[in-house]
Design a protein around this ligand. Structure first.
Ligand code: CP
Length: 335
């Protein structure tokens, strides 16, 4: 049995096979591949794209998706082992995951960090405990990485560029009024380096480096794939000749959860917005963002509405990529 928790555990060839099947499903969306199959979608955080695309994707393949929101429409859950459950949680994941696995063929989980202690959150405790107790495959719908977004992102890049190897890929930090999850940025590094791109992480300063685990994984991926990985603090140098600009905001890890203290530093960097001047430095680069996106904070209207913007294509591809993923996990990788 395979889980889909991080693309670190999947080879480039396996990921490409998922994208290839997604391309077939995009051409012929309604197929009875998952008749009598079901998926439990467990959301600890809000969503527009992830929830819609998983629910509709399972329906388009003949199966059923159910949505659970612990603490709202389902019991609040406990994840720690050996605790006296005298707090808010009415149920332990040890029971919840095993029960859902008796009902469903796949369990998918969205659980963002708690933004209290990165040292704890970086262990990805919620989805790891679901995976520990589940007897069916578990899909990450965004925790500290966002591997489903990675599939849709790479699929959209290949649709626009064909072979992505050695293309210049810039992952740029952008301003946002709040400190956000690093998941999409971690994932951007993982997938671009795994597929042999020349990757630049553009940060305002060292405080915005991503977790060393993902910086190291990016270096290792680049060495294995024939790509490259570097960090830049120079906006014009990073944008120069870029083929792809992937924009994302994230909170500085040294200030994790302490965003009021981070704010004076963050407020100095509003000029990291993706705009027409910066895009003019590129090789007519594709603009990408995972969405949701604050217009004229992270990116100007002119850029996100330009023909070079692939944000809607990438969002659409969530549907196709996750259908391929559910199909392969429920059949090939079920074990
Ligand atoms: N990109 C993404 O995961 O969108 P949602 O948060 O709306 O699901």
């Amino acid at each position: 049995m395979r889980h889909f928790i991080s693309t670190e555990d999947w080879t480039q060839a396996e990921l490409q096979a998922l994208i290839d099947e997604a391309r077939l499903l995009k051409a012929a969306p309604f197929q009875p591949l998952l008749q009598n199959k079901s998926i439990a979608l467990v959301f600890f955080n809000p969503s527009l794209r992830t929830r819609s695309s998983f629910e509709l994707g399972m329906w388009q393949l003949g199966g059923h998706a159910l949505v659970l929101e612990p603490g709202k429409s389902a019991w609040p859950l406990e994840f720690k082992e050996g605790v006296v459950m005298d707090g808010e949680a009415e149920e332990h994941v040890a029971e919840a995951a095993r029960v859902l696995a008796r009902y469903c063929d796949i369990i998918a989980v969205r659980a963002f960090p708690k933004f209290v202690d990165w040292g704890f959150d970086r262990t990805d405790p919620v989805i790891k405990t679901f995976a520990k107790y589940s007897t069916v495959p578990v899909i990450n719908m965004e925790t500290i990485t966002h591997p489903c977004q990675e599939l849709a992102h790479m699929m959209a890049l290949q649709e626009r560029m064909g072979d992505v190897r050695k293309k210049k890929y810039v992952m740029t930090w952008t301003y946002h009024p709040k400190g956000l999850n690093t998941a999409v940025a971690n994932s951007g590094l993982l997938i671009s380096t795994k597929f042999g791109m020349d990757v630049t992480l553009l940060c305002p300063e060292e405080a915005y480096h991503l977790d060393e685990r993902y910086m190291s994984a990016a270096k290792a991926n680049a060495e294995a794939s024939g790509g490259s990985f570097q960090v830049s603090y120079d906006i014009d140098e990073a944008y120069a000749g870029a083929d792809v600009v992937y924009a994302k905001s994230w909170g500085a890890l040294p200030y994790f959860g302490n965003w009021d203290a981070e704010k004076p530093m963050r407020d100095k960097y509003k000029h990291f917005i993706v705009d027409e001047r910066k895009m003019a430095l590129t090789n007519n680069a594709i603009f990408s963002h995972c969405l949701p996106c604050r217009r004229n904070i992270k990116v100007t209207d002119a850029v996100i509405d330009s023909p070079q913007s692939m944000v809607i294509d990438e969002a659409e591809n969530r549907l196709h990529a996750q259908k391929a993923l559910m199909h392969q996990l429920a059949t090939t990788y079920r074990g």
